[in-house]
Design a protein around this ligand. Structure first.
Ligand code: SF4
Length: 338
């Protein structure tokens, strides 16, 4: 009997030259995904990477797996077709904020609503990088770009809110300069059955450098990142003495040891809570008042689209009078021609 060969990250690297700019956050995401794939226990021939258009959408070229570099905004539609046609495949959609939130916004919400078992990695750099710096649907209000020389006058989408608003079952967030954290989050996303959305706050060094700077910089990150873990208290800060509590209907930062606040007052993160209210609050937190929530924010077990298709086919077959080809040929009006 032949022994199964353990693959390594190298087995998932293609022979294509990686053409992202030096210092682009996409490199870190590529490295992490190539490193975690051998641990997922999926045969290489059963893995497919699908993308649309944008800098991050060059991803399938760099993977030594099956892949499709699709058309703008359509990665979700193509990936849906791939998964529904063969539910045994591990399907990954790599997309950017322009690709998935603008022209592909419609496909994004319906993928999420249908709960098709696809791992979506959304690299959010808040700009169109490939086409040289136009504002995207996640660019900050007032941001000056090539297409908004006086500042954008549009409120940005929050991918987490859009996911939850589309009945999303899994949403997680990480940052491109913390590969250890990204590894944990992407492994959890891969293990989740159903659509998993992982937003990676990614730096575009050329057209939107330091867009996430206050969240990712060494000097400020402890105060503006909270790493959520299911079942653990929502505590953060350099001294690990800050925490989240509810203040009316909103979340508020408190300091443990001040104003009578103890660790017991701090919320415990429940990623499995079906009611999306708290998850909705968590995904939209932002500095300076609140830290940005990282980690698996929402993870709900629910039937996937493939589960529902299989169940429906089985039910229709069982209740149908037609059991074989002869039954089919003799159903309805038949004529004998002599
Ligand atoms: Fe990365 Fe920006 Fe360069 Fe595109 S333009 S490869 S997003 S740094």
């Amino acid at each position: 009997m032949s022994e199964k060969i353990k693959l390594t990250a190298k087995d998932f690297k293609s022979d294509q030259e990686v053409r992202w700019c030096a210092g682009c956050g996409d490199h870190a995401v590529l490295n992490v995904i190539q490193r975690i794939l051998p641990d997922l226990g999926v045969e290489k021939e059963n893995i497919a990477f699908v993308s649309g258009i944008g800098c991050s959408s060059r991803f399938p070229y760099y993977m030594d797996t099956y892949g499709i570099h699709g058309i703008h905004g359509r990665a979700a539609a193509i990936a849906s077709g791939v998964k529904v046609a063969n539910r045994n495949l591990s399907v990954w959609e790599i997309t950017g904020d322009g690709d998935s939130m603008a022209i592909g916004g419609n496909h994004f919400i319906h993928l999420v609503r249908r709960n098709i078992d696809i791992n979506v990695v959304l690299l959010n750099n808040q700009i169109y990088g490939l086409t040289k710096g136009q504002y995207s649907p996640t660019s900050k209000y007032g941001q000056i770009t090539k297409t908004s020389p006086f500042g954008t006058i549009e409120n940005p989408f929050c991918p987490g809110q859009l996911t939850i608003g589309s009945q999303g079952k899994f949403f997680a967030r990480s940052v491109d300069n913390n590969m250890k954290h990204m590894t944990i989050v992407l492994k959890e996303a891969a293990a989740h059955r159903g659509t998993s959305i992982v937003e990676v706050l990614q730096n575009c060094v050329i057209y939107n450098d330091k867009a996430h700077g206050v969240i990712t910089a060494k000097a400020t990150r402890d105060d503006f990142q909270i790493h959520l873990v299911h079942g653990e208290k929502m505590i953060f800060g350099k001294e690990k003495n800050k925490g989240l509590i509810y203040d009316g209907i909103d979340l508020k930062v408190v300091t443990i040891g001040e104003n009578g606040v103890t660790e017991d007052d701090i919320f415990v993160h429940d990623a499995h809570e079906e009611n999306p209210t708290i998850h909705n609050r968590l995904v939209k937190m932002a500095p300076p008042e609140l830290p940005v929530a990282l980690g698996v924010i929402r993870a709900i077990v629910a039937p996937t689209y493939s589960d529902n298709i299989i169940n429906q086919i089985e039910a229709v077959k069982e209740n149908s009078k037609i059991k074989c080809m002869d039954d089919l040929m003799n159903s309805g009006n038949t004529w004998e021609v002599k």
